[in-house]
Every structure is written in C-alpha cells, then in structure tokens.
Design a protein around this ligand. Structure first.
Ligand code: NAD
Length: 269
C-alpha cells in the first residue's frame, strides 16, 4: 500500500493540462493515474506522454472521467465551466478531491458545486499561484493597518495578447485592499487599460494595466502617502507556478472533511 495519492488531470491536452501532466509525473509526492479529454479528441486512446511529444508515461488518455476518477484520490481540473460542473458531480461520486483552476464560472455555476462539496473536498481558486494568494492576504493586512493618507494603486503588466484589463488577479488584489480599508471597491471599469484619467477621489483604489511583449504576469500594490511608500510585488515568470499550486492543493486536501476550500486554506493564511 502506498500513501502517494493518484491524480487524474482533466483537459490533458490544454496549456495548463500539459503543464499539470509534467508537474504531477515529475513529483515524488503524487502519481499520475489518469488523463481525461473531451469525447472525440484525437488524444483519446493514446499514451499521454507520447501525445505530448515525449516519453510514454503509462497513462492512456480517456473520455470516460468516472472510470479514471475511480482509480484516483484527486482530480486536477483546468478546463471550462460546464465541463468542471460535470466533473464535480463525478468526483463527488468517486469520493475524489476536486481541485478546480477553471475560471469564468458564473455565480450560479459556483453555487451548483455545493451538492458535490457535501461528499467530496473541492479546492477552487482563480489563481493557484501560492505567491499571488499570499500577496492578496498581505494586501488586506497592509490596507487595514494604514490610514487614508495612503493612496492604494494596483499596477499590473501582462503580454500583449491579453484582452481583459485590469486582470482578474488585479481585481482580487483591489478587492482585498478595499476589504482591508473597509470600503467597497468601485470605479474599476473606467480605470483599466488607460490608467487613471480623472481626479482621484479620496479612498479610491486605482488600477493601471500595462500590455507588452511576453510578460507572464506582474502585479504591484502601491501604498503611497506623503513622505513614504510601500510596494508589494508579485512577478510570475512561468505558468508552472499554477500547476505547482494545484498539486499542493491536491496533496493538502487528502483526508479533509468534505466542503469547499480555497488556496488561502491550503496556505493556512
Ligand atoms: P486550454 O483551452 O488550453 O485547455 C482547456 C482544455 O480543456 C482543452 O484541452 C479542452 O479540450 C479541455 N476540455 C474542455 N472541455 C472538456 C471536457 N468536457 N472534458 C475534458 N476536457 C475538456 O485552456 P488553459 O489555458 O489550459 O486554461 C484552462 C482553464 O484554466 C481556463 O479557465 C483558465 O482561465 C484557467 N487557468 C487558471 C489558472 C489558475 O491559477 N486558477 C491559471 C491558468 C489558467
């Protein structure tokens, strides 16, 4: 008997799916036991390592998630909202931990995870990077400790293909700053890509988006007062940080009471 949990990756051929396959198969704390793709995908029936252009990993890509989940202790899922809802029900049926990195879920879709969370552990976060989740906590704490002499500005930079601005992570940081300060976050939409254009109002949190080259993702939270300033910064240089965070969540979740958790729980913050 081994204590090393078996892990299934859904959306195996995706950008994050392939990163997760590599991360799990390279780890000595987990075993890759399954790889799932959607019905009709040309990877179905192939060894996932070979499909990725590398050495065989002894795991055949399947379009039967329940059969794969039945062999696993955790599912790591970076796919799409509708797919994730289906996987949640199947993971609950198989009593498997379900780590959800999928973004863009509506409030209704998030609420629909609740029945599954009665039977299995779900860990869900829009950003699985441990560093960003720590930065969110630090931002809340610093904002709570400082008075309104400090202006709070969130400055983010991403590659030029990114269409949304400010980034979802910048919004998480802005929300945390607003919570810490005890105000409601407002006026985000008129402060995106073009930065601040009007006179700032006392207590507002500003957002600035920079777009250029191949920047993976950089976030600064600036607290600026007359005579001093504090800058909290996170720089992502590799998407592997999301995969490592997801694996950490899958390991942390083993043996927990069923329910919904996030990366703040995983980090113990
Ligand atoms: P992608 O389009 O490259 O990959 C998605 C994969 O899911 C594809 O291979 C697709 O075939 C597969 N898929 C879709 N429906 C499926 C189904 N029903 N069954 C099995 N497989 C299915 O996208 P990506 O860049 O890998 O991102 C995936 C998701 O992860 C997005 O929602 C993205 O925003 C999110 N993401 C989250 C984080 C985080 O830290 N939480 C980080 C990066 C990306």
């Amino acid at each position: 008997m081994t204590h090393i949990p078996g892990i299934v990756i859904t959306g195996a051929s995706g950008r994050m799916g392939q990163m997760l396959i590599r991360t799990v198969s390279d780890s000595d704390q987990a075993r890759l036991v399954g790889a799932v793709e959607r019905e009709g995908h040309d990877w179905i029936g192939r060894d996932v390592g070979e499909a990725m252009g590398g050495q065989p990993l002894g795991v055949t890509v399947t379009d039967d998630p329940l059969e794969a989940f039945a062999r696993a202790q955790a599912v790591i899922d970076f796919t799409a909202p509708e797919a994730t809802l289906g996987f949640a029900a199947l993971a609950a049926q198989a009593r498997c931990v379900h780590v959800i990195g999928t973004t863009g879920m509506t409030d209704e879709q998030i609420a629909a995870l609740e029945p599954a969370a009665r039977h299995a552990v779900i860990v869900r976060a829009g950003n699985m990077s441990l560093g960003v989740n720590l930065l969110v906590q630090l931002t809340r704490k610093v904002a709570a400790a400082l008075d309104e002499d400090f202006d709070i500005e969130v400055i983010e930079a991403h590659h030029h293909h990114k269409v949304d601005a400010p980034s979802g992570t910048a919004l998480m940081l802005g929300e945390a700053a607003a919570e810490g300060r005890g105000v409601k976050l407002a006026h985000v939409s008129d402060r995106g890509r073009d930065g601040i254009t009007g006179a700032r109002r006392r207590g507002d949190i500003g957002f600035h988006a920079v777009r250029g080259g191949d920047i993976v993702g950089e976030h600064d939270v600036l607290f600026a007062a007359p005579g001093e300033r504090i800058v909290l910064r996170h720089v992502a240089t590799d998407r592997a940080i999301f995969a490592r965070g997801a694996l950490k969540a899958a390991l942390w979740a083993q043996g927990r009471t069923p329910g919904q958790y996030d990366m703040v729980d995983v980090l113990g913050l």
